[in-house]
Design a protein around this ligand. Structure first.
Ligand code: NAD
Ligand code: UGA
Length: 331
C-alpha cells in the first residue's frame, strides 16, 4: 500500500546522537554520516577504553564528519554540545527489561529519567528544534495479543518500562510548555535486532549458542512473542522522525509481525545449520507475553514502513557474528 507523505521534509546538517556507542546509536551514526550529516556522538562508554564501544563505532571514528564526546548525561554540561544542532537523537539509556528490578533501579532513574530531563532542558536552552526520543514497546505492558496503537493506555510492567514512559512524558511536558521551541517525537521501538545487537538480547544469544558459544537461557516456555524489528528499519524511522515536518507526537516503530521465541530458535537453527543448546529457566518478571505494533501512525506521518523481514535480518546478524568473531566459529 502506498502512503501519501503529507508533511514536507527538511535536511539535517548537524545533529547530536546520545548513546552513540551503543547498538542502535552506532547504526544511526553510520547512516547519518553516509548521508553527509555532521554528527556529534555522545556516550559515557569511551571507545578508547571500551572494546564494545570501539567495535560499534569502528566505521565512524575516522570519519571527518564525526566527533565523539565521552560524557555522562547525568552530570556533563550539554548546552555547548547541542549548539546549532538541527536535531538531538536521544538514545542513551539503560536498556534491559529484566535487570531493572531492585537496587539497579537507581541507575535506571538517573540515566533514563533524570538524564532525559537534562537533555530536554539543554535542547530548550539552545533552541534545538527537534528531539527524537527512543521510547519502548514495553510501556504497553500486557496487551492481550492484538496490534497495539499509540492511544492505548500505557501499563508498564517493569521498572525499566516505567522509566522509559517517564522519559517519554518528560518529552511531551517540555514540548508542551508555552515557551518551548522544541518538538519531540517519541518512537516506541519494538525489540530491535541486527548486527551489533546487545549481548543480553535473545537473537544474538541464540545465534552465539548455535555457533558454539554458551547455551541459551530460555526464559519460560518460549511461547512469548515479540514484534522483532530490524535495526536498519529503526534507523530509517529515526531519520524520518527528525526530518519530517510534524508536531510533537508518539509513534510505534515495529515490524508489525509477532514471532514467538520458539519460532526464532527454529529460524536460527535452520539458518545456522546447528542446534541451539538451551538451559531452561523460569519466566522472568517484567517480560510480557506478546508485543505487536500497529504501525499505521508511523506510516501516515512519516511514510515509514519496515523493509527487512525476520529471516533476512537474522541472516544478516549471523553473517556479521561470523565475520566479526575474533576466534573461528563453526559456520
Ligand atoms: P545500548 O546499551 O547498546 O546503547 C545505549 C547507550 O547509552 C550505551 O552505549 C550507554 O553507554 C549509553 N548511556 C547509558 N546511560 C548513559 C549516560 N548516563 N550518559 C551517557 N551515555 C549513557 O542500547 P540499545 O539497545 O542501543 O538501546 C538504545 C535506546 O533504544 C535505549 O534508550 C533503549 O531504551 C531504547 N530501546 C531499545 C530497544 C532494543 O530492542 N534494543 C527497544 C526499545 C527501546
Ligand atoms: C527489548 C530490549 O532489550 C529493550 O531494551 C526494549 O525496551 C524492548 O525490547 C522493547 O521492545 O521496548 P525484549 O523484548 O526483552 O527487550 O528483547 P530480548 O532480550 O531480545 O528478549 C525477547 C524474548 O526472549 C523475551 O521474552 C525474553 O524473555 C526472551 N529471552 C531473552 C530468553 O528467553 N533468553 C535470553 O537470553 C534473552
Amino acid at each position: 500500500m502506498q502512503h501519501t507523505l503529507t508533511h514536507p521534509r527538511t535536511t539535517l546538517t548537524r545533529v547530536v546522537v546520545t548513546g552513540a556507542a551503543g547498538f542502535i546509536g552506532s547504526h544511526l551514526v553510520d547512516a547519518l554520516l553516509a548521508d553527509g550529516t555532521t554528527v556529534i556522538g555522545v556516550d559515557r562508554r569511551d571507545p578508547r577504553t571500551d572494546a564494545n564501544a570501539a567495535a560499534n563505532l569502528a566505521g565512524a571514528l575516522d570519519h571527518p564528519g564525526f566527533t565523539f564526546v565521552a560524557a555522562d548525561l547525568r552530570t556533563s554540561p550539554l548546552q555547548a554540545l547541542f549548539l546549532q544542532a538541527d536535531a538531538v537523537f536521544h538514545l542513551a539509556a539503560l536498556p534491559g527489561v529484566r535487570g531493572s528490578w531492585g537496587e539497579r533501579f537507581a541507575e535506571y532513574t538517573a540515566s533514563n529519567v533524570f538524564a532525559t530531563e537534562r537533555v530536554l532542558a539543554a535542547c530548550e536552552d539552545v533552541r534545538v528544534p527537534r528531539l527524537v526520543y527512543a521510547s519502548s514497546s514495553s510501556v504497553y505492558g500486557t496487551t492481550g495479543g492484538g496490534a497495539t496503537a499509540e492511544e492505548r493506555t500505557p501499563n508498564p510492567e517493569s521498572p525499566y518500562a516505567v522509566s522509559k514512559l517517564a522519559g517519554e512524558q518528560l518529552c511531551l511536558a517540555h514540548a508542551g510548555k508555552p515557551t518551548s521551541t522544541v518538538t519531540a517525537v517519541a518512537l516506541r521501538l519494538f525489540t530491535v535486532y541486527g548486527p551489533r545487537q546487545r549481548h543480553d538480547m535473545l537473537i544474538g544469544r541464540a545465534l552465539t549458542a548455535a555457533l558454539g558459544g554458551p547455551a541459551l537461557d530460555l526464559y519460560g516456555d518460549g511461547r512469548q512473542s515479540r514484534d522483532f524489528t530490524y535495526v536498519g528499519d529503526v534507523v530509517s524511522a529515526a531519520v524520518a522522525a527528525a526530518t519530517t515536518a510534524i508536531g510533537t507526537t508518539v509513534l510505534n516503530i515495529g515490524a508489525g509481525v509477532s514471532t514467538s521465541v520458539l519460532e526464532v530458535l527454529d529460524a536460527v537453527e535452520e539458518l545456522s545449520g546447528h542446534p541451539v543448546p538451551i538451559n531452561q529457566r523460569p519466566a522472568q518478571a517484567g517480560d510480557v507475553e506478546t508485543t505487536l505494533a500497529d504501525r499505521s501512525r508511523a506510516a501516515d506521518l512519516l511514510g515509514w514502513t519496515p523493509g527487512t523481514d525476520l529471516r533476512r535480518g537474522i541472516s544478516r546478524q549471523l553473517d556479521h557474528l561470523i565475520a566479526d568473531s575474533p576466534q573461528p566459529v563453526r559456520a
